[in-house]
Design a protein around this ligand. Structure first.
Ligand SMILES: *Cc1c(COP(=O)(O)O)cnc(C)c1O
Length: 416
């Protein structure tokens, strides 16, 4: 059980709206920093522990700058994400480049930046060598196949397009050793939005076993293991938060048992969470513009699925608070909808909420990861602004809203 709270009052939001019209996402710097510190502190037993924030979750330079100050690196999987990292001066081995079906020029950029390149396929060895060169540190992404079960968002590992098979892992490291690579890492990411803490402990255990096996066969000493991201967050009030201390302590136990005081000791643990870091600290603020009673009771808001696609694509639950009505009984049942011409443009279905009037402000919770970032322009929809609620209480515009001019920017009407 978690309490779905908000770090601001109705008055405060009304003041912000008078300057920045709805809809917008607002991110809570203090919350983000606290979560970042919590993760770092949980893993402080491991010298060299590092979190590489998954840029795709919240690709905003102001957020990346905050995370850089918390000693995070970035996990990038595309050219724009690499450039974004570079813009906030996160470079070199503070970047992990984990891509799949990789466009060749992206290898070039990652190599130039000195990023740790994490290859998704054995055939990429040759392409990387030809396009960029063999870097001095290399990592491969492991897909455990049927050994591990996946979950709804990422799918079953054996049906997932990512990573190398176990047999290919041995082969790939052998090739890289022959190419004179001296530094090695290993990576896997087998779940997304997973709330079971044991899942991450089992993943670490599985990777440690593989590290030992590869060491025995190839005499490769790994510098790091990246156990991926995918730690879930309690979107629903009845969900529980993943106890990161518990995860870390149990990984430490396995580490101590299997590799402490062995030649593999000094293995650094890396993670690449997105959702867990920023997800709970973002809020989509939207105004009610329409009420409609037909076969169901609809609340129409000025945001739509282009601002937050998760409910539409995964049927994901996002908690909703009606500002100023927090204490009223939830004795109405509504579908909360946007204006996009797809019937899945619904932020909530059959949701119990207090009686809502036109003009009410709704706070849609947990939009700090995979929220604004998934935005699109289908149906002429524009992406909203992003605001930062700073630690000192100031509000900063960290991305303006798109305009009609942005929408038409790629069209040349003069050749019509
Ligand atoms: C999306 C992604 C992540 C982050 O996932 P979260 O669920 O946001 O933690 C990390 N690593 C890779 C390779 C990803 O594709």
């Amino acid at each position: 059980m978690v309490e779905k709270t908000i770090p601001f009052t109705k008055n405060f939001i009304e003041k912000i709206i008078s300057k920045y019209p709805t809809p917008f996402h607002i991110y809570d710097e203090k919350g983000i920093r606290n979560t970042a510190k919590k993760l770092n502190s949980a893993f402080s037993w491991n010298k060299g522990f590092k979190e590489y924030f998954a840029v795709k979750a919240l690709p905003n330079p102001y957020i990346l700058k905050i995370l850089k100050e918390e000693n995070f690196g970035t996990d990038c999987s595309s050219l724009p994400e690499l450039i974004l990292s570079e813009k906030v001066e996160i470079t070199g081995e503070n970047i992990m480049f984990t891509s799949n079906d990789t466009p060749y020029n992206e290898f070039k950029k990652a190599y130039k930046l000195g990023a740790i390149i994490n290859l998704d396929d054995i055939t990429h060895i040759e392409i990387l060598e030809k396009e960029a060169g063999i870097p001095n540190i290399i990592s491969f992404r492991y897909n455990p196949g049927s050994i591990k079960t996946g979950n709804a968002i990422i799918g079953k590992p054996e049906e997932s397009k990512y990573g190398l098979t176990k047999k290919q892992m041995f082969e790939a490291y052998k090739i890289m050793k022959e190419k004179n690579v001296k530094r090695f890492g290993i990576h896997t990411m087998v779940a997304s939005n997973e709330l079971n803490p044991d899942y991450f402990i089992e993943t670490a255990d599985m990777l440690i076993d593989l590290i030992i096996e590869i060491y025995r066969e190839l005499k490769i000493k790994f510098e790091f293991m990246n156990i991926g991201g995918g730690i879930g967050i309690p979107y629903k009030p009845e969900d529980n938060e993943v106890d990161i201390e518990y995860v870390s302590q149990n990984i430490e136990k396995i580490y101590n048992k299997k590799i402490k005081n062995s030649p593999l000791d000094s293995l650094k643990i890396y993670m690449e969470n997105g959702r867990m870091i920023t997800g709970p600290h973002g809020y989509l603020i939207t105004k009610v513009i329409h009420k409609k009673n037909t076969y169901r009771n609809y609340i129409g808001v000025d945001a739509n699925m282009a601002n937050l696609m998760r409910p539409a694509i995964y049927g994901a639950y996002h908690h909703i608070t009606v500002l100023g009505k927090e204490k009223l009984p939830c004795d109405n049942v509504y579908d909360v909808v946007g204006s996009l011409c797809e019937n899945n443009d619904k932020f909530a279905i059959n949701r119990k909420l207090p009686e809502i009037e036109i003009g009410d402000i709704l706070v849609i919770h947990d939009t700090g990861a995979h929220g604004h970032a998934m935005g699109f322009n289908y149906n002429g929809k524009l992406r909203s602004a992003e605001l930062l609620l700073k630690e000192n209480g100031d509000v900063q515009l960290i991305r303006r809203a798109e305009t009609i001019e942005d929408y038409f920017a790629t069209l040349d009407f003069s050749n019509l």
